[in-house]
Design a protein around this ligand. Structure first.
Ligand code: ZN
Length: 281
């Protein structure tokens, strides 16, 4: 097995390495994306997990740090790449986007970005250059940020394996939303899950929590749920040993059966206009 190189981090089998993905220069110096690379002792998938695409969503950052502490490289098959603070300029400001970029404010709408674009587009481009060829699976962790509280929801992309991965996130993660979730059924574009799907890679956007400044205890509890979900997924992928709490087909799950009682006969949630909003699996 060879070492894996992500940005400036080089991790040999059985090692955890830290570094940065260089993302160009700003007025006051280099723009960098911090990265933690846990290279397992055995071969396996490259699972890539990021947080703070939106800078007011601390849940993904804390979950990445939890995983860095809890996943031992020597007990891992494959590689776990953790990006705790993807959008550092936004996170420093506690805002959804980089406050200096008023035009392309939302990082998860501009992928794959542009090498000579505005700040957020250049960040997306530098990040895309690293994850697109190297990640087998992308998990992007989100929440309602400073404006809303989100219960558990997972968006998958149009690669069939992504639906199975969403189902394997664990007990309680029953609301799984198909990729073409816009009201008029257009596929989403510019998102990390969409560009990954275009490259044939499964990707999930996982949402839980928000309003963390006023709900600090809830924040830590939700990060535990997110961390456990990622661990369950790694067990499903046989990256980690241990019992998988839920895998693949969720038929027979009690909470799902209860939820099924409340949905329409054709399994879709509908807005008042009658258009399907999403399909419950
Ligand atoms: Zn978000």
């Amino acid at each position: 097995m060879q070492p894996i190189v992500i940005g400036t981090a080089t991790a040999s089998p059985g090692e955890t390495a830290r570094g940065v993905i260089p993302a160009g220069r700003d007025f006051d110096g280099q723009i960098e994306i911090p990265v933690i690379v846990v290279r397992g002792a055995r071969d396996g998938a490259v699972l890539w997990i990021d947080g703070a695409t939106h800078g007011d969503e601390a849940e993904g950052s804390i979950t990445c740090w939890n995983l860095a502490k809890e996943v031992d490289a020597n007990g891992l098959a494959g590689t776990l790449v953790l990006v705790p603070i993807l959008n550092l300029a936004a996170a420093k400001n506690g805002s959804r986007g980089n406050p200096l970029d008023h035009v392309n404010y939302d990082l998860n709408r501009v992928y794959p970005g542009k090498p000579n674009g505005r700040g957020t587009e250049r960040l997306a481009w530098a990040y895309y250059q690293e994850f697109a060829p190297k990640a087998d699976i992308i998990i992007s962790l989100h929440s309602g940020g400073s404006v809303a509280y989100m219960s558990r929801v997972i968006y998958h992309n149009d690669i069939p394996a992504s639906l199975e991965l969403a189902k394997a996130f664990g007990v309680g993660w029953d609301l799984i939303v198909e990729p073409a979730y816009s009201v008029d059924r257009r596929p989403a574009t510019g998102t990390i899950e969409a560009v990954s799907g275009a490259n044939g890679k499964p990707a999930l956007v996982v949402e839980l929590g928000g309003l963390s400044e006023s709900l600090p205890d809830k924040l830590l509890q939700n990060c535990r749920y997110l961390t456990d979900g990622c661990v369950n997924l790694m067990r499903y992928l046989e990256m980690l040993p241990g019992k998988v709490e839920r895998r693949g087909d969720i038929r027979g799950n009690k909470s799902t059966l209860r939820r099924r009682d409340h949905r329409n006969a054709d399994n879709t949630l509908r807005r008042s206009a009658g258009r399907p909003l999403c399909l419950l699996r």
